[in-house]
Write a protein that binds this ligand. Structure first.
Ligand code: PAF
Length: 286
């Protein structure tokens, strides 16, 4: 495994692999790697010949007062995990490598898809995500890039950016990986103390309760949201940012779940903000 720190080394290593006929798979991360990230790496391995992981805590996707400074940074362990998983190239740029003095170009995916939900609670977040992903895609030039469905809105934004800008990359959505008690894996789970960790299972319990209600015949989106909201409200350590059922592609609000929809949650457990989601609809297997 090679670890590189500069844009030019990353570009050259990936280009060399492609030029020998290898299919390049890319997993962008902010580090603090857990089994969710590693599932993306394993999937990339099964479908590609050369696997690139980036580790970069991207400052431009954090708003003022968010957790940029305390975001977990565990580079040594991350590199060890990548090595054990057979990653070929790890790109670990500094902030000044990605955003040198004079940097002034941004990728903005416009419209409801970035303005709603996470976009309304975290203004500017998706501009930072889209910009860094566009830069990373330009540097690594992979044929495939792997994104977890846990960050569902991010996945939809990246798919739209790639479509709109004709980037020659297949975006591969990968299932959310969960702890045994249902909590979706997230680097931010490390912020939770013992009691909060217990309370955090309310997100997956709320998703399951709404899915069960759908399976039992409830198709009304507001009623299904209420099922999830009721469970979360009963958890004293939890406070809701949003509980929303949306069209699974456009993220437009819907009234009736008569085709594939997504139930998205953002919930604060103490001071830790967690998100989760599940698909819900007639053709979704739960
Ligand atoms: O999902 C993440 O970890 C980040 O948003 C990403 C895609 C690596 C961009 O910084």
């Amino acid at each position: 495994m090679r670890t590189v720190y500069s844009v030019s080394e990353a570009r050259t290593a990936s280009k060399n692999a492609r030029e020998t006929g290898m299919k390049v798979g890319f997993v962008p991360t902010m580090g603090a790697l857990h089994s969710g990230h590693m599932s993306l790496v394993h999937r990339a391995h099964t479908e590609c010949d050369y696997v690139v992981v980036s580790i970069f805590v991207n400052p431009t996707q954090f708003g003022p007062g968010e957790d940029f400074d305390r975001y977990p940074r565990t580079l040594d362990q991350d590199l060890e995990k990548c090595r054990s998983a057979g990653v070929d190239l790890v790109f670990v740029p500094s902030a000044s490598e990605m955003y040198p003095p004079g940097f002034d170009s941004w990728v903005e995916v416009k419209g409801l898809i970035t303005e709603t939900l996470e976009g309304s609670f975290r203004p500017g977040h998706f501009r930072g995500v889209a910009t860094v992903c566009a830069k990373l895609f330009n540097i690594v030039a992979p044929q495939r890039a792997y994104f977890g469905m846990k960050d569902y809105q991010q996945l939809k934004v990246i798919q739209k950016m790639v479509r709109d800008l004709d980037m020659p990359i297949d975006i591969i959505p990968c299932e959310t990986v969960r702890e045994a008690d249902g909590l979706a894996m997230s680097s931010r789970n490390s912020y939770l103390d013992f009691e909060e960790r217990r309370a955090a299972t309310v997100l997956s319990r709320a998703l399951n309760a709404a899915s069960d209600a759908f399976e039992a015949g409830q198709k009304d989106a507001t009623a299904l949201e209420e099922v999830a909201r009721g469970l979360i409200k009963a958890e004293p350590l939890a406070s809701i940012d949003y509980v929303a059922i949306r069209d699974a592609e456009s993220l437009e609000p819907i009234q009736v779940v008569d085709k594939t929809a997504v139930l998205l949650l953002a919930v604060r457990i103490g001071t830790t903000r967690l998100i989760d989601n599940c698909l819900i609809g007639p053709n979704v297997n739960i």
